[in-house]
Design a protein around this ligand. Sequence first.
Ligand code: ADP
Ligand code: MG
Length: 846
Amino acid sequence: MQTSLEKLRKFFRLEHENGYANTAIIGGLAEMLNFWEGEARADNINEEVIQAVVQRLRSYDGLSPQSRADALKGLWKRIGDAYPEAQQKPKAPSQVEGRQEPRPHPQNQSQPKSESEPRKESHPQHQQHHEQRQRPPAQPRSESVAGARHSSTPAALDAKLTVLQGVGPKNAETFAKLGMYTLGDMLYYYPRRYDDYSQLKPIKELFYGEQVTVIGTIDSVHTRPIRGGKASIVEVIISDGTGGLRLSYFNQPWLANRFKQGNAISVSGKVDQYLGRLVMNSPDWESVEVENLHTNRIVPIYPLAERITQKWLRNVMKQVVEYFAPAVVDSIPESVRNAARVMPLGEALLQVHFPSSQEKLKAARERLAFDEIFYLQMGVLRQRRDWQSVDARRFVLSDGQLDSLKTSLPFTLTSAQERAIADIRADLDSGKPMNRLLQGDVGSGKTVVAALAAAVITSNNAPPAETSQAAIMAPTSILAEQHYRNFTNLLKGILNPEEIRLLVGDTPESEKEQIRAGLADGSIKIVIGTHAVIEGPVQFKDLQLAVIDEQHRFGVEQRAELRSKGTNPHLLVMTATPIPRSLALTLYGDLDLSIMDEMPAGRIPINTFVLRPQERERTFTLLRGQIKDGKQAFIIYPLIEESEKIEARAAVDDYETLSKEVFPDLKLGLLHGKMRPAEKDETMLKFRDKQYNILVSTTVVEVGVDVPNATVMLIEGADRFGLAQLHQLRGRVGRGADQSYCLLIPTREDATENERLQIMAESNDGFVLAEKDLQIRGPGEFLGTRQAGFANSLRMASITDVKLIEKARREAQAVFEKDADLSQPEHKLLAESLGRFWGEGKGDVS
Ligand code: ADP
Ligand code: MG
């Protein structure tokens, strides 16, 4: 058998064994086309068979497993018909499963990938569309809906989609899958992208391999029978005045009737080469409505679901948008709109679907984005007001007390720390619960600020404060333990050791019980721990301060839970995730913000280098030099997969190699996520106590760990990390008085990637890096649960658009200052929309 067919058989067989999961080849079966086509031609396989294989494998990924099975079986049968020797043993999938013809399936390759209307001769599922075409779809079915057209009541927008002519329960179901239940939902179902017909590429400028959209007029349509009439190729020649292009569609004979000479179509796909000429094989196509070309040069492309086509949806959309968008009530008061200079809502909705120009589209998007941020901001302002509407206990700290606290510290506070402490001191004395976000780059010294706050709460001996307690929650037990040591040190003169306790998952049950009892009767004043602190059975006698460290590691619920352990306790959340200020104010508008933008004195900036993988030896030399000087080093390996098991294995392997082959003379410790918390702590402690020269670790050390004697941070696979995360890792060194080094080794030598890493070498400023990260990777990547959640509700707004954010924030603030309850008549609509925006179940956004 020809080797190309042999290969095919092998992969098909593998695919069959894998349950048609498209895993026989890494990246999917279509990947094999890169080499297979050439090999098949070299084997003299006939062109029809080659085309059939290309066709099916190219669309293979989009098929259901059942259709995939059908496709491969059908394909194999066809190959068998042309090359009987291929059907001989060893068994091919078709023989395993019986030799049936592939069942026609709406989703498989027997359908063109066209986004055009369903075909006449197609399957029953498409029947509906034909009915729909008989009448314009968006005529309201009932008088009452029609009557709502210009009545300015949003009620019509709440109407179910079945009020549309041509949308029955079946289609309504499809719409529901796309998140559209009402007419209003349709208006807010934004296009995924636009085809701008004013920006098309002329055919004569196409080149091989390019992915393009072109428009042309059909010159000719030919159907060539192949394989003795068992299959066929439809060949279409289109031209646009600059040149001609051949399109071929394998074995889709019905297409011949759908391509009409003289009609204009737009085709999108990859430009291929055949016998020296440029061609496109089975490109997506769509007949161009002349109206689109001339009047709507920018055409929306919507995200689709099964059973509806782009053209059909666009038609329904057009009817709905043109009919209802003008009737949409603009809830943003006119004064705000004027001040913000944004487009009216109705026009924005119209333009976002059917833009009349790129400028209008931009303005429309800006208006819709404005609304999102505006509502978001109104919501956080309201949340903040709700929090402030309750009373909290006052804790007064005299200057004398503050001074004596400060003198007990082993260092002088930075002025940024001083400012943060002054903010917190004022909050605690305000009679309202503190809700403060303390943001400071890694190493800026947030812990001591939190410790002072805890000292204020727990050392205040005037009744009724004598019972008050503080809880500090950290994301890992290593970090909790570190805080525990720091706190006991810092508060030595104020509390007895047994008044401060550590509670982590690993704490022995008997000790846990003891701690729970102590918290319940008030004999323990400060508890420091992981989420174990908020676990059900933990009750406080009188929790007055909740501190959450590295808050981005926690979910909204966990913060709410900790707060709920007390009655209106003061809340301090700390983060090293450096978010630009405007963004922080928007995402955390409900919190007051203290920024610590200053490092403790005497820190020497870390030297950062990006190295090529081959230069690893050089890093080892540097590392050895440092260790000779009595310093220590981290070597970090990336989390290869989401799986901790794999992560652990990779770390263990690397650890073995490093300790046996590279540094047999040194002491290496190993830390990874699969270890028990107690083991992790033990390793960390040993490292801190200099029992290891090198700590080999996964990213579990990312958060907050403090080992001042470590001067080298070597990061392997650096390209797998975001800049913000690399910065966090880098922050593990440079904490002592000596020069530290951060060495970044990417997996591969990749120019663009290394350019990104180079930013690390250029800046030691977490804020700068965060901005870059935002630009490069988008918000979802580095923001935590809460922020990502918000970012998801922002469908149009980009949180990198600082100008827009500031504008929307300003306007929201102005409205809030005038009418916080939105009780004035001109804010009635706004109040309703706000309710809708925040919907149900948003709950505590702390
Ligand atoms: P982070 O803000 O990352 O949580 P830490 O609170 O862990 O930072 O502090 C980092 C290190 O800096 C610790 O070793 C801490 O003792 C030290 N430190 C904090 N404040 C000062 C200061 N004002 N002067 C000198 N060292 C300080
Ligand atoms: Mg910290």
